[in-house]
Design a protein. Structure first.
Length: 172
């Protein structure tokens, strides 16, 4: 067999926070300034080594469903991990994170591993959410937390690998 595990991961969060770009950065090391050429593509994969095992990350994009509040329970089915993304320059996208956590609690498996991502950390001048505040929220909710930038690539690899390691620790 090619891989030892396949881990389904869902990427969630408000519209335009950078979900598609984070996924593209991790799976293909790409970033497109003009996004949304990916509507219709359901997931992308990348295989990595975690603790000497071949782990295929199967990462699902909402493909814009969140705009219509139509992210369905099928999207969450079988997911072992979630990247909950907000935009550090748009405060309401962080304030909505609590709603996304509720959505996960309602539709996803109880043991799902969740990483809160403050994306667009490259836009330092426009920052509207302090890292400390997000870290405190994450701790209170039992989420892992990292800021990242899909544009520069900073912390993207590290955050996805951390999520995969935590999932691996749970299943092995
Ligand atoms: P989605 O709707 O959450 O999937 O968001 P997209 O991935 O389509 O990104 C929305 C917009 O934010 C696009 O114009 C991207 O180019 C931009 N964007 C995404 N990630 C970053 C980032 O890390 N830094 C900056 N400066 N812009 C970003």
């Amino acid at each position: 067999m090619e891989e030892d595990y396949v881990f389904k991961i869902v990427v969630i969060g408000d519209s335009a926070v950078g979900k598609t770009q984070l996924l593209g950065r991790f799976t293909r090391d790409e970033f497109f300034l003009d996004s949304k050429s990916t509507i219709g593509i359901e997931f992308q994969t990348r295989t990595v080594d975690i603790a000497r095992r071949r782990v295929k990350a199967q990462i699902w994009d909402t493909a814009g469903q969140e705009r219509y509040r139509a992210v369905t329970s099928a999207y969450y089915r079988g997911a072992l991990g979630a990247m909950l993304v907000y935009d550090v320059t748009r405060r309401h996208t962080f304030e909505h994170a609590a709603r996304w956590v509720d959505e996960l609690r309602a539709h996803a498996d109880k043991s799902i591993v969740v990483m809160l991502i403050g994306n667009k950390a490259d836009l330092a001048a426009g920052r509207a959410v302090a890292a400390d505040e997000a870290a405190a929220f994450a701790e209170e909710q039992g989420l892992f937390f990292s800021e990242a930038s899909a544009l520069s690539g900073e912390n993207v690899e590290r955050a996805f690998l951390r999520l995969l390691e935590e999932i691996h620790a749970n299943v092995s």
